[in-house]
Design a protein around this ligand. Sequence first.
Ligand code: BG6
Length: 488
Amino acid sequence: SKQKSVFPKNFMWGGAIAANQAEGAWNVDGKGMSVADVAKFKPDVDITDYVAQWRTTQADIDEAMKTDDVIYYPKRHGIDFYHKYPEDLSLFAEMGFKVLRVSIAWTRLFPNGTEEQPNAAGIAYYVNLFKKMRVLKIEPLVTLSHYEMPLYLVNHYDGWVSREVVGFFNRFTKVCFENFAPYVKYWLTFNEIDSVFRHPFTTVGVVEEKYANKHDAEQAIYQALHHQFVASAVAVKQCHEIIPGSQIGCMVTETVTYPETCNPEDVMLAYEDNRQNHFFTDVQANGEYPRFIKKYFKDHDLQVSFAQGDEEILKQYPVDFISFSYYMSMVQSINADKREKVGGNLTTGVKNPYLQTSEWGWQVDPVGLKYALLDLYDRYHKPLFIVENGLGAKDTVENGEVHDAYRIQYFADHFKQINSAISAGVEVMGYTSWAPIDIVSASTSQMVKRYGFIYVDLDDFNQGTGKRVRKDSFYWYQKVIQTNGESL
Ligand code: BG6
């Protein structure tokens, strides 16, 4: 049924990409290697086996460092956004984008992460990108860290486990704020900071096997996470000091979890998962660790060291707004071991019989997006920004056209739920779809897992012309933006 559109006039419609999945040009203009450059395409591993797809061992890193191959390391080629951005930005402008979320590759500015001075060519690239966006009237929303930390810091510092990495990162963020201040008002600190437990290598540079046992690895991951929390708070401080009027947010994966039944035991399991998910926003939005996490450290003998002043920094510099990705909801059950499972981005979970599942095992749930919006707003009273949402699907080109009705349906269903959350009083700053143009998948490193309104003619083995083609959803989204949601 048709609802009245209540999207605010200044609602920021747009799309989101990440440097490591789009730019390519992995070894160009002084760029160093990042964790993304060693992410291997694994055609033989089940695409719904999320854990195996992400797993990276020390042997994998060593092997990757010896080769210039781009076919099995697809994030090295991306869609060549590094060179093709003028064309791609024009297409976004044609759709009417108000905002584009991009990330900055740390390794373009600091190839190893440890340098005293930034690489001028890296800064120049992003300045040019932002200038072009300004001409096209597209507001940048910039993620400072999106799964692309320097590999050098993994090999020489154990990633974010080392306190020094906080200093290196905040040197990088200061350089970003100083150099991009004239162009960028909206910032995000760490992409999906909660993914630290799902794929610690990509998020904090932790190679789990380096640790003696599960306990030690978990302790290292919490330590690394603590360092990111501190670095995020320092970035908030720097951002406000260097760019007056700027706004900076955190970024989490919204993993809405439902109980399978009204059995209080199921309800409690689901509650605990949601509580764990809130931990990350509690620290970044409220400025303190929730008591249950501190209790958990104690009960499990996890030694996480806080440097002097850390607690004050977290408390003094909470984020201005909360941003999140939302792709699916989850189900918890005390009978999980007896239930049918689905794969997906998060963990292997119980199948929800009321929902459809994507080809990659992700359970599509538009109502869950409204749930997430209400829940986060009621809990934190801060503006929200949906910075990722979309459908990864295989597309086919027929006579130069892509008829992606399934994608249109997905977006329409989700947009209606956003509208409904706004009518229920939630403050939503904007929406950036993942991803407005086909790019390399984060988890599986595939090209055929396509999210775009714009098709890119490349396959999983980097074969194709790289040509951009407007899909049916391109024209559909253009209309949604033009009418500010009235067309829905
Ligand atoms: C999010 C990430 O987890 O999901 C993105 O922030 C990613 O980087 C997106 O691309 C979709 O996941 P995937 O694995 O389908 O690319």
